[in-house]
Design a protein around this ligand. Structure first.
Ligand SMILES: *Cc1c(COP(=O)(O)O)cnc(C)c1O
Length: 400
């Protein structure tokens, strides 16, 4: 039945029921159609599948383990397990889709990968993939973000990527998207625009999901080997939604597993203080696709905020939008404060420093564990916290 789901969603036009699609200029329509057709053909070829499998094993270090958290489970109740995507090469799940996108680019004969980045995580993963395949890489980044995220700018440059500073408007992510897009439109034959999550026009939400499915496939088998059963609960944080789609995709048909997507509740649920797109947003069109979105009356994206820069996006993947309406996945929020507490708890009790994005999922797991101490919980630990250390010690007090 699961394969049937993946054949049904998205449909040929890239819709997950009413969400998704491709609301883009005619010139891009043709290019997206080419990428879609090539993806359908190439992704089923033996050479593509076996090359990706080999990369995952020998370069990325997959499969990543599933780990049982003894001390956390003792303290909070429940049986808490982590899928360790923080142990994937470069320290997060993003490389799963970047390697897939770059491999597709190579098969398409492209010479250059283009993308925007906000906090720099997508830029670093893509620069890594470009180095691996010997492709050029151009990352557009707002000047304000470049100053904030200097270590990632340095990483991208060391990896051989060209970082293009974006100096107009607010000099952040939105302007970087426009700038990267413009650069891509100048030479769509030799370049490919690599999107960093399950968002954007068709075929990206589908492709990125497919490249992330490896997380769920591995985790389901590993969890079953360890326990002889399926998890009662599966939890993942949701920014654009790629790590969550990766793990949820293996459990969509298992009605005994409850799935939870955790959104950033930020400082409060007041306008501009959070990025709880699905909890508080409504359907609309953003960046070329339809999804739940936080927008004002004029359709302009609302300002969003989260302590985790990888989660502050005013839209969300179209597949998540559909799964919310179908009630297949529960979406809820966790605040900055709960996130920081979970960040320290996991560090102190298990010796694992999580990314602030992933700490949202950990914080939610604590709540589930306390409500239902007899149940098991599988958390997708999407990344490690090295990138967040300076920010946390500068802004929060160390617990006793
Ligand atoms: C970027 C990022 C996220 C958010 O992206 P999704 O597409 O929602 O998965 C989550 N965790 C980490 C570690 C990230 O770097």
């Amino acid at each position: 039945m699961t394969e049937n789901y993946f054949k049904t969603y998205p449909n040929k036009e890239g819709f997950f029921n009413e969400y998704g699609g491709a609301f883009i200029p005619p010139m891009l329509e043709e290019e997206m159609k080419k990428i879609t057709d090539a993806y359908y053909a190439i992704s089923k070829s033996h050479s593509f599948i076996s090359e990706l499998r080999s990369i995952r094993k020998h370069y990325q270090g997959r499969p990543t383990p599933v780990y049982y958290c003894n001390r956390l489970s003792d303290k909070y109740g429940g049986r808490i397990y982590l899928k360790r995507e923080d142990l994937n090469h470069t320290g997060a799940h993003k490389l799963n889709h970047c390697m897939g996108e770059a491999l597709l680019a190579k098969h398409l004969g492209k010479k250059k990968l283009i993308a925007e980045t906000g906090a720099g995580q997508h830029g670093v993963a893509l620069a890594t993939a470009a180095a691996y395949f010997g492709l050029e890489c151009e990352i557009h980044m707002g000047e304000v973000d470049m100053a904030k995220e200097r270590p990632n700018v340095v990483r991208m440059r060391i990896l051989g990527a060209k970082v293009v500073p974006v100096t107009h408007g607010l000099k952040t992510l939105k302007e970087a998207v426009d700038s990267a897009f413009e650069a891509y439109m100048k030479d769509p034959i030799n370049t490919i625009y690599c999107i960093g999550s399950v968002v954007g026009p068709h075929p990206f939400p589908m492709m990125v999901r497919d490249f992330q499915r490896v997380v769920g496939i591995e985790a389901k088998e590993q969890f079953f080997d360890m326990t002889g059963e399926l998890p009662d609960n599966v939890v993942a944080c949701v920014g654009g939604g790629s790590n969550a789609m990766g793990i949820f995709s293996a459990f969509l048909d298992d009605s005994e597993c409850s799935l939870y997507g955790v959104e950033p509740g930020g400082r409060s649920l007041e306008h501009g203080e959070h990025a709880a797109t699905m909890t508080l947003g409504k359907p609309g069109i953003i960046h070329g696709f339809k999804c739940y979105t936080l927008q004002d009356e004029n359709g302009e994206p609302s300002p969003v905020y989260s302590v985790a820069s990888g989660l502050d996006y005013p839209g969300v993947g179209p597949e998540h939008s559909m799964l919310k309406d179908l009630k297949k996945v529960n979406y809820d929020v966790v605040s900055d404060k709960e996130t920081i507490d979970a960040f320290f708890e996991l560090s102190r009790l298990e010796g694992i420093i999580p990314a602030l994005e992933s700490a949202h999922a950990v914080a939610y797991a604590f709540k589930l564990a306390q409500e239902n101490p007899q149940k098991s919980i599988l958390v997708n630990l999407s990344g490690r916290g090295d990138k967040d250390l300076d920010f946390v010690v500068e802004n929060y007090e160390m617990p006793e």
